[in-house]
Design a protein around this ligand. Structure first.
Ligand code: AMP
Ligand code: MG
Length: 349
């Protein structure tokens, strides 16, 4: 395995050529995007795709996202509804993935045999340059082991996939830190499958009203009818985590008064005295950027419980709450009684 470092804004041409060569020969390459690090294969390669699933230990019925460099390349693999061609020209490249009818061009392994395909153009010079060099789309999920938090640095990729990929390109920390927004445009109105950095407010400007099902808010774990691959459990730290919808200091003090050791994931200035403070950031973009690193960190401290303040579900806040609900196993406390129920359910040593 090779670890190659390059400037994310001006990627080294030799690194890009090498990565494209590896993909052409059916190898797999981890590289940053503007959302999280991806683990990429040539989208037409059955063998490369199989390697991605094996390295990630990903269930074979959970399809990958195909990354393209243009609307033209997307049109080679998907039937783009006519009325959204111009919209795509305006919103791509960016963190917005569209589920469309597939032309059956990419490997069946990539789409997990579905008749739809998820496509996006990443707004990051490294994957864009690789796609251009390869003159073909690349498919990739996040570059973590299935069930682990998505990687936002090359170190996270090494932690999870050391020795199991051909090349890791280190282009520094990713910009947004949460995975792309996914909408299904085969349905009318379009349905939000996963909230991400491209916000619902922005989506509705371009696509008109968008349906937001409970699964997109993270209120339920899965909706197999909407997104076949989404039935799999997402990352949850070993340390129990509770989302707190009321005064955070009161929550922390109360848990500590019961003899519990408490970590707080601190967001948008709402830090408080706790045994461990993990600072995520002062605005929602910083919180998103540091979210997965903070969840990885939580388990490094031996605390009884982690608490995190709820954030407003507007803008990128919707994506943050979706990921937090999954990570907390849907533990949300709106009052002290609920908090104590979660807190005291943990064994106290
Ligand atoms: P990841 O790249 O790990 O964030 O995973 C990609 C996500 O896209 C998964 O949750 C898939 O279920 C979803 N996805 C990919 N292709 C499709 C599709 N054709 N229909 C619905 N969801 C999809
Ligand atoms: Mg993933």
């Amino acid at each position: 395995m090779l670890l190659l470092r390059t400037d994310p804004l001006k990627p080294d041409a030799d690194v890009i050529r090498f990565a494209a060569e590896v993909l052409k020969r059916g190898g797999i390459v981890a590289a940053p995007t503007e959302t999280v690090y991806g683990l990429f294969t040539h989208a037409y390669s059955d063998g490369g795709c199989a390697k991605v699933f094996k390295a990630k230990e990903r269930p074979p019925d959970n399809p990958l996202i195909v990354h393209v460099d243009s609307v033209e390349m997307a049109a080679q693999i998907a039937y783009i509804p006519e009325e959204i061609v111009d919209v795509l020209r305006r919103i791509w490249p960016g963190p917005i993935t569209l589920v469309m009818k597939s032309r059956g061009a990419v490997s069946r392994c990539v789409t997990a045999g579905l008749d739809t395909v998820a496509v996006r153009a990443p707004a990051h010079p490294i994957p864009l340059a690789i796609i251009k060099e390869l003159e073909a789309p690349i498919a990739g999920p996040s570059a973590n082991k299935a069930g682990r938090p998505s990687p936002t640095t090359a170190e996270h990729v090494v932690e999870d996939l050391n020795g199991e990929v051909d090349v890791i390109i280190d282009g520094g920390p990713t910009f947004f830190g949460v995975e792309s927004t996914i909408i299904d445009v085969t349905r009318k109105p379009p349905i939000l499958l996963r909230p991400g950095p491209f916000t619902v407010e922005e989506l509705e400007k371009y696509f008109g009203p968008v349906e937001i099902p409970p699964v997109a808010r993270g209120l339920i774990e899965t909706d197999v009818a909407l997104a076949p691959g989404m039935k799999y459990k997402h990352y949850a730290p070993n340390t129990p985590l509770v989302i707190v919808h009321f005064d955070l200091s009161l929550a922390v003090e109360t848990l500590r008064s019961k003899g519990l050791k408490v970590a707080v994931l601190c967001a948008t200035g709402r830090c408080t005295n706790a045994d461990v403070v993990i600072k995520m950031g002062d605005d929602l973009y910083e919180v998103a950027k540091n979210l997965y690193r903070s969840l990885r960190e939580l388990d490094r401290f031996s605390v009884d419980i982690g608490v995190v303040p709820a954030v407003e579900e507007t803008g990128i806040g919707l994506a943050i709450m979706n990921r937090l609900r999954k990570a907390s196993g849907h533990r949300e406390a709106f009052n002290l009684g609920q908090l104590l129920k979660y807190g005291l359910a943990q064994p106290v040593f």
